[in-house]
Design a protein around this ligand. Structure first.
Ligand code: HPA
Length: 235
């Protein structure tokens, strides 16, 4: 058991899918996995392990923001010998070039976060995905004929700010969308020589204030869940 995950070491699979929301982890476990067991419930951050097409996989939540995903992904990599974490989350599009429900595979995450500098002394304001997961997602999307955008996103430390529209930092770095976790996940994977990717569904368009409605949200995330699970099955 680690400080924040109370699973036994053998109860976590080598590949972990990581939504932000514990109930989304439960939804994936209930609807897509076989032989499922809840293996951790510390702080109601549920982790479930089961199989998808006979491949062992764990699904567990990251919580919100770099500090939270930083804790869970670090403990999974270091105390459960996890080799690969694929974050599956939502993002706000900074550009109308993206549409609601579009899927984005994050090539690199720009951030004002001090996470990577504080934790590992990594300089700079951006980090790339790590290892094979990013390419595996691209290959799986191509095989399934699913459209997938690739590029830079902003891993913001703040959800609410006094300015509207695209922050200067994101504009300068050509970030197509904003989320809040990829940067810390990539930092941990880089430091620990693990694989990490971030797959996102566009849930809101910031310039036009369009949003996926609460009713649509569950169905909206199904293509991303399917792409992530099919990627795992092929890894
Ligand atoms: N900001 C940060 N994270 C997000 C957003 C947003 O607007 N939408 C979905 N995740």
């Amino acid at each position: 058991m680690s400080i924040h995950i109370n699973a036994q070491p053998f109860e976590i699979a080598p590949i972990v899918l990581m939504p932000g929301d514990p109930l989304r982890a439960k939804y994936i476990a209930d609807n897509f996995l076989q032989n499922v067991k809840q293996v951790s419930g510390t702080r109601n951050i549920y982790f479930f392990t089961g199989t998808y097409k006979d491949k062992p996989v764990t699904v567990g939540a990251s919580g919100m923001g770099c500090p939270s995903i930083g804790i869970y992904s670090y403990e999974l990599f270091t105390e459960y010998n996890v080799g690969c974490i694929i974050r599956i989350g939502t993002c706000g599009a900074y550009t109308t070039g993206l549409k609601l429900f579009d899927l984005v595979n994050v090539e690199r995450a720009f951030s004002e976060s001090t996470y990577a500098q504080c934790a590992f002394g990594f300089p700079g304001d951006h980090l790339y995905h790590e290892g094979k997961a990013y390419a595996a997602i691209n290959a799986t999307a191509a095989a399934l004929k699913m459209e997938l955008k690739k590029g830079a996103v902003h891993s913001s430390d703040v959800f609410y700010r006094s300015t509207t529209g695209t922050p200067e930092f994101a504009h300068k770095n050509d970030c197509m969308a904003v989320e809040m976790e990829a940067f810390a996940l990539f930092a941990n994977a880089k430091q620990l020589k693990k694989s990490a990717a971030t797959l996102l569904t566009v849930s809101d368009i910031i310039p036009t204030h369009e949003q996926i409605s609460a009713d649509e949200r569950e169905k909206a995330l199904l293509p991303m869940m399917r792409l992530a699970l099919e990627t795992v099955a092929g890894m």
